[in-house]
Design a protein around this ligand. Structure first.
Ligand SMILES: Cc1cc2nc3c(=O)[nH]c(=O)nc-3n(C[C@H](O)[C@H](O)[C@H](O)COP(=O)(O)O)c2cc1C
Ligand SMILES: [Mn+2]
Length: 486
């Protein structure tokens, strides 16, 4: 992976540097004059047809201030994620584990580019900034997709950053969808319990590292700013918001500051919004932000990264999650794991594949039971165990193993009562009502039965060595050997 190079570090901590690097490398696609009503979202969705979706800079958008831009596909670039294959996963796991970096507290500075423009009172108009209608069935325009929702714990110095979707309700009002139990929810409740509105800031354009840490679970009480500082090896510069005093990234592109009264006092209809499982699964009444101040840079950039249906190849697997999965299998004592992957179509949760070199009777069963039950298997539906000769990253190979080595009647387990979530579209209305947030799971053992695996017919495929020799000999004369059609 490219994680140690200078360009990566520069880009990670600075959105404008990221844009500059992408531009220099010819990877920035500028899209003029698209309509934020469905067209931006459709173009973005189609960009997911690539493993590394192109970085899209939407500019001069219909009905928008010509100085305002939307930037998509920041954290899915090759620069940010590196290679995306089994070897990359193996290399990632081999890297000496440094342990989590020590947090570095943010550095409070007097001012920063975020204050190039500041609006309060009558000048506040949330509708003046680009908020696309990303998906046809969305219940509103969303300005916050890969955003930072900033709050401070009233009892301590802890500033929390969370990525929670943000919808524009009207000129002076936003709404935020925060799932119960998330840090932002815990903090806002403390203000409400004291009869106060919760001070809140919503930042919708920031360095890639801040987007990364805000959407990952960090320990309660630890600021994501400090986590980001630890990862960058330097403090993140923050300024104090003029309305709330909350810490804002000094180089933030666009920040809304305001207060969130308790839902008893005010709430509005929020959602639905196209979710990562590929459905509109949730809407309802949510608390709102009464916006009192807006700060933004000149020529601001809103970072946009809404979910799409997970069938696209651009909905990448996450190597760190896969590495954690592989580690969990090994730590549970499953020997000879040769690969793990998530099959496209299931996002990075629903469908997991494990390749093993079978050592003993019951080995595949052991792998299957651990895989279906490990701690990270939230919202899993399907585990497929295959032999070591099957390429777990290749759909057709996995399907081939299922078609030819799996006897559904004897090589299947179905397990009931497993952990899922409310955005699981298959969770029945009855279960939702009763709070029974569980579903069944299937384990498919698409392996040669152990006790007669030596007699199992041999696969019919040109041997890799022979293929390489023949390709080398013929490739100058036969163009089909030079380009592989996907
Ligand atoms: C693009 C993206 C969108 C997300 N949207 C939401 C959301 O709308 N609501 C929510 O509760 N969590 C959402 N999450 C998950 C949270 O960001 C994640 O749980 C994070 O850890 C929350 O921060 P916290 O741990 O400080 O609460 C989203 C994550 C990503 C990557
Ligand atoms: Mn947090």
């Amino acid at each position: 992976m490219s994680f140690d190079n200078d360009q990566y570090r520069l880009a990670l901590g600075d959105l404008r540097k990221f844009v500059e690097i992408m531009h220099k490398q010819g990877e920035l696609v500028r899209v003029p004059e698209a309509d934020p009503y469905l067209e931006v979202g459709a173009l973005y969705e189609m960009s997911q047809e690539h493993l590394y979706p192109p970085v899209l800079m939407f500019e001069y958008m219909k009905g928008c201030d010509p100085r305002h831009r939307i930037l998509c596909n920041v954290r899915t670039t090759k620069l940010m994620v590196g290679d995306m294959n089994l070897q990359a996963l193996i290399d990632y796991r081999r890297k000496p584990k440094k342990g989590p970096s020590q947090p570095i507290d943010p550095h409070v500075v007097e001012t920063g580019p975020v204050f190039e423009n500041h609006l309060e009172g009558d000048a506040v108009n949330c509708r003046k900034f680009p908020a696309p209608r990303w998906h046809e069935g969305d219940g509103g325009d969303y300005i916050g997709t890969e955003c930072l929702v900033i709050m401070r714990d009233p009892g301590s110095e802890w500033t929390n950053l969370g990525t929670y979707r943000v919808m524009v309700q009207d000129e002076k009002t936003l709404s935020v969808f925060i799932e119960p139990g998330k840090h932002g929810d815990v903090i806002r409740r403390k203000y409400w319990a004291r009869g106060e509105a919760c001070p809140i800031a919503v930042c919708v354009g920031q360095s890639p590292i801040l987007g990364m840490v805000a959407s990952t679970a960090v320990k309660s009480g630890v600021s994501e700013y400090a986590t980001a500082g630890g990862r960058l090896g330097r403090p993140v510069d923050v300024v104090e918001g003029r309305l709330t005093g909350l810490q804002l990234p000094a180089d933030a592109e666009l920040v809304f500051e305001g207060f969130m009264p308790s839902p008893q006092e005010a709430q509005m209809k929020e959602g639905p919004f196209g979710e990562w499982p590929g459905y509109y699964s949730h809407d309802g009444m949510e608390p709102i932000v009464k916006v009192g101040a807006i700060s933004h840079r000149n020529d601001l950039i809103v970072v946009g990264q809404p979910p799409t249906k997970p069938n696209y190849i651009g909905r990448q697997v996450k190597l760190p999650s896969l590495a954690a999965f592989w580690d969990a299998l090994e730590n549970a004592g499953v020997p000879e794991v040769r690969g793990v992957w998530n099959l496209q179509g299931g996002g990075y949760r629903f469908i997991q594949v494990v390749a093993i070199k079978q050592l003993h009777p019951g080995h595949a069963k052991m792998a299957g039971l651990v895989a279906a039950g490990w701690g990270g298997s939230y919202m899993n539906r399907m585990t497929i165990i295959v032999d070591e000769d099957v390429d777990v990253t290749n759909h057709a190979e996995v399907m081939w193993a299922m078609a030819t080595r799996w006897d559904p009647k004897t090589q299947t387990d179905v397990i009931d009562g497993c952990w899922t979530g409310y955005i699981d579209p298959r969770l029945s209305p009855e279960k939702r009502e009763n709070g029974d947030v569980t579903m069944s799971r299937i384990i498919i053992y698409a392996v040669r039965p152990f006790h007669w695996k030596e007699e199992f017919p041999k696969p019919n495929e040109v041997a890799p060595d022979l293929a390489a020799d023949v390709r080398a000999k013929w490739k100058d004369r036969l163009s089909f050997l030079r380009t592989k059609q996907g």
